[in-house]
Write a protein that binds this ligand. Structure first.
Ligand code: CDP
Ligand code: CDP
Length: 217
């Protein structure tokens, strides 16, 4: 079985690259960010103040997440309901980044992620995959790109979906989330010592995937 860990900040290209790698290697793709987003969405829907750790901890036993690998990537179910699209908003991203600072939330999700790794060959992306979830991964990649480039990518995505967003606001949101993700005390976003760093700023998806496949060979 093989396991590939892809980490990096928001918009670095993790899910695009990880999905394509999984397709070429014939294994499944697991998006762990979607799990933190689903916990954030649950709090927003249930009017749980996600800034209150004890309230979020108390909600955890009521949150059941199921991941389904599909050809296009992954579907995520929150208590049986498909929330794969509902989790893709800036509001949910901000809630996800906050609940991801709580130890109990991380413990619960990390144990589910490790279980998936025991069952199948996979490409998993997130923030702590190479450092915490699969320290023994076959290959670890740390993707980067400038915050302007990452915000521009998000901007284009939202625009394609017909959503109105302001680029300056997106740059600010991404920088705030980067700060929160890399400065939290538990499992902060950081490159594992043995991870290969790949700057995606001026590269196409195909170039990056080909490069990673070479590293694997
Ligand atoms: O897609 P994007 O890179 O914007 O974010 P995401 O991967 O969907 O993750 C949403 C949030 O979940 C991140 O800002 C992190 O705070 C958190 N996260 C985490 O802490 N650990 C992971 N393994 C994955 C995501
Ligand atoms: O998962 P993460 O938040 O790291 O990023 P993503 O959702 O895979 O990528 C964000 C956007 O950047 C997507 O629309 C990708 O198509 C685009 N992208 C790109 O333009 N060039 C790359 N080398 C990688 C991703």
């Amino acid at each position: 079985m093989i396991s590939i860990a892809i980490d990096g900040p928001a918009g670095a290209g993790k899910s695009t690259i990880a999905k394509e790698l999984a397709k070429r290697l014939g294994c499944i793709y697991v998006d762990t960010g979607a799990m933190y987003r689903a916990v954030g969405l649950y709090c927003l829907r249930q009017n749980i103040d996600y800034n209150e750790e004890t309230e979020v901890n108390a909600a955890l036993p009521h949150i059941k997440l199921d991941i389904e690998a599909i050809k296009e990537g992954q579907k995520i179910y929150l208590n049986g309901q498909d929330v794969s699209t509902a989790i893709r908003t800036s509001e949910v991203a901000a809630a996800a980044s906050k609940v991801a600072t709580y130890g109990e939330v991380r413990k619960t999700l990390v144990s589910q992620q490790r279980q998936m790794k025991e069952e199948k060959s996979l490409v998993m992306d997130g923030r702590d995959i190479g450092t915490v979830v699969m320290p023994d991964a076959t290959l670890k990649i740390f993707l980067t790109a400038s915050s302007e480039e990452r915000a521009k990518r998000r901007y284009l995505e939202y625009k394609q979906k017909g959503m109105v967003v302001d680029l300056q606001t997106l740059i600010q949101e991404i920088e705030e989330r980067d700060y929160q993700d890399s400065h939290r005390s538990i499992s902060p976003l950081k490159k594992a010592e043995d991870a290969k760093e790949v700057d995606t700023t001026f590269k196409t998806v195909d170039e990056i995937v080909t490069h990673i496949l070479h590293l694997l060979a």
